[in-house]
Design a binder for this molecule. Structure first.
Ligand code: MLT
Length: 250
């Protein structure tokens, strides 16, 4: 299994034009999109539909009025001012996605980077949404698939690489003993090994982490997203564009 890491949006932008039929993609947006998606599925959401833009999400709601709308811009829940009148039900804080709120529901979500990265990987053999919350379950599912090529995609922060996603990527590489590691995977794995004793502080030192720390409503997301293996759940993006619980989920 040749294992590579893409660190930033410039790296994943060309993926839709590439043949990914023998590639398994694992997308990380630790702060916070893939942590939120994992939490939603673990708390009983039926499916999550990741979309790149606000109009796509609003259009889905028009066609399926029962779905919940979730997402952020600049880290804050999308409001009617941004959509031309539609108020989103949820932001992108995983702590909002409780069993009471999301149980049995389908949720369309759009975020600045995470859902864009997921959409970029849509034609891969299999695409997982991963986070520290479901690291071991994801690693086990990847090992079971034993793909020719594993591409770990870090969603990044705006145009840049994100420290927390690189750590997530490295934590996954750390769990894949048989992988043939590209230098990008070695970089991520070795960084994770330096930081593994205190993931919460490491996340808090990142650009996204500092933004969350400055917001009293969102600061709790840091400790939430730093929980390792909280959920025995894999999150898989299907060819129908919906993320649902995948193999190995309990
Ligand atoms: C993103 O997709 O860029 C993030 O998850 C941003 C955030 O939640 O603040």
């Amino acid at each position: 299994m040749k294992t590579e890491v893409i660190f930033s949006p410039a790296g994943f932008a060309p993926l839709p034009g590439q043949d990914l039929s023998a590639t398994v993609c694992v997308v990380f947006d630790v702060l916070r999109a893939t942590s939120t998606i994992t939490t939603a599925l673990a708390n009983g959401a039926n499916a999550i539909i990741p979309v790149a833009t606000i109009p796509e999400a609003v259009d889905l709601r028009t066609r399926q009025p029962q779905i919940l709308l979730a997402g952020e811009r600049m880290g804050i829940r999308i409001s009617a001012e941004l959509t031309g009148g539609v108020e989103f039900d949820l932001g992108n804080s995983p702590r909002e996605f409780t069993p009471e709120t999301v149980g049995g529901r389908t949720i369309a979500i759009t975020t600045t980077n995470g859902t864009v990265a997921l959409r970029a990987c849509a034609k891969a053999r299999t695409t997982f949404a991963a986070s520290f919350l479901n690291l071991e379950a994801t690693a086990a599912a990847v090992l079971e698939l034993a793909p020719e090529r594993l591409l770990i995609v870090c969603s990044g922060t705006l145009e840049d690489a994100a420290y927390e996603d690189t750590l997530g990527a490295g934590a996954l590489v750390h769990l894949l003993p048989d992988a043939m590691l590209a230098d990008s995977a070695l970089i991520a794995r070795n960084l994770y090994r330096l930081e593994q004793s205190d993931i919460t502080s490491a996340l808090g030192s990142s650009r996204n982490g500092r933004r969350l720390r400055a917001n009293p409503t969102l600061v709790g997301d840091l400790a939430w997203c730093a929980q390792v293996n909280l959920f025995p759940v894999t999150s898989i993006l299907g060819i129908d564009g919906r993320i649902t619980k995948g193999p190995g989920s309990v």
